[in-house]
Design a protein around this ligand. Structure first.
Ligand code: ASP
Length: 337
């Protein structure tokens, strides 16, 4: 029977595609493609037809780089007109980064791009891979959710709101500052009112350049010298992971280092170490000091979203003033205004 919907599946690697080796689980080339043929549910009438493209050398997602994000984006762009949706099989460790990056890079998206993976390889008896694969395939084809999402353990999340929270439980991901977009139980519930609209414009891909952008988590006793070292050239931008609502030590030397960096044109974005938080620097004097030193607020963005958004905006070669402004504007649902 001719299927009405079609999905492009890109297998990048991750536990879902791994086999046992002498060194622990490692990606195995060609395995997933063969295994999927043996999942009968994937050929049910309500399932889409699909084509699989597997990385020649699938990777543990610990090895992901911005160059891989670009590669994934190009695969989506090249196959965009031929398919109704896109399923990216990916390791869980850096899935939130890739989902966040793709959400920015894919401009004018009008089709679903769903990332999934698993905590146990598909070949393991108790694996969560099968369920994730089947449901993610449905979300990539049957529902109109034209954004980059992560589907995992019965939940559909906005990709740029996710964090990997648990390395053992099947509930690996959470979206601490934004509700889930969909849930799978005996019924499938989708919160269409929360989902983004399909863009009427032509899809475009913003590629990502190799840039000196970093993340630094502050901690009690962090030395200004260490911070100075970190902020040295060629650093262009930094996500500073602060406490609570965006506070940091009020040590004048520490603040002086920050001030010098922002004056020199380094964009410093304040994101909280608390997974559930919205930075409000003016709430405490220990936050206002950062504001006065030129730090900009990351609001309730995850570090993953803030970091990849910086990569995206710098890759567009925008003036610094625009980059700073856009960091505080909601571009893809990553930020609560
Ligand atoms: N290390 C694996 C990866 O990220 C973990 C996983 O897929 O769950 O590729």
């Amino acid at each position: 029977m001719q299927k009405s919907k079609s999905v492009f599946v890109l297998c990048t690697g991750g536990t879902i595609s791994m086999q046992k080796t002498a060194h622990g689980y490692a990606p195995a080339s060609g395995y997933l493609q063969k295994a999927m043929v043996n999942i009968p549910e994937l050929s049910n009438a309500d399932m889409p037809s699909y084509v699989i493209h597997e990385y020649e050398k699938p990777i543990d997602s610990a090895n992901m780089t911005p160059a891989h994000w670009v590669q994934i984006g190009k695969h989506i762009l090249d196959n965009y007109d031929r398919h109704d949706g896109f399923l990216i099989l990916h390791g869980t460790d850096t899935m939130a980064y890739t989902a966040s990056a793709l959400s920015f890079m894919l401009e004018n998206l009008s089709k679903p791009v769903i990332l999934t993976g698993s905590q146990l390889p598909l070949f393991e008896t108790r694996s969560d891979a099968r369920e994730n694969l089947i449901n993610a395939m449905l979300f990539a084809s049957q529902y109109r959710i034209p954004e980059v999402c992560i589907y995992f353990n019965n939940k559909l999340f906005r990709g740029n709101r996710t964090k990997k929270m648990d390395a053992n439980s099947f509930a690996a991901f959470a979206s601490p500052n934004f509700p889930v977009l969909g849930k799978v139980a005996t019924d499938v519930t989708i919160r269409h009112h929360l989902s983004r609209y399909a863009s009427p414009d032509k899809i475009a891909l913003q590629t990502i350049n190799a840039l000196a952008i970093g993340v630094l988590r502050i901690f009690p006793g962090i030395s200004p010298a260490l911070l100075r070292h970190f902020l040295q050239s060629p650093l262009q931008a930094l996500v500073l992971e602060t406490y609570g609502l965006g506070t940091a030590p009020e040590d004048p030397q520490f603040l002086d280092v920050i001030q010098q960096a922002t004056t020199a044109g380094i964009v410093i974005v304040n994101c909280s170490q608390c997974p559930t938080a919205k930075v409000k620097m003016s709430q405490y004097a220990a936050g206002t000091a950062l504001l006065n030193a030129g730090v900009i607020s990351g609001g309730d963005m995850t570090t993953e979203a803030a970091l990849t958004k910086l990569f995206y905006l710098f890759s567009k070669n925008l003036p610094l003033s625009d980059i700073k402004r856009f960091m505080m504007v909601d571009l893809r649902g990553e930020l609560t205004a």
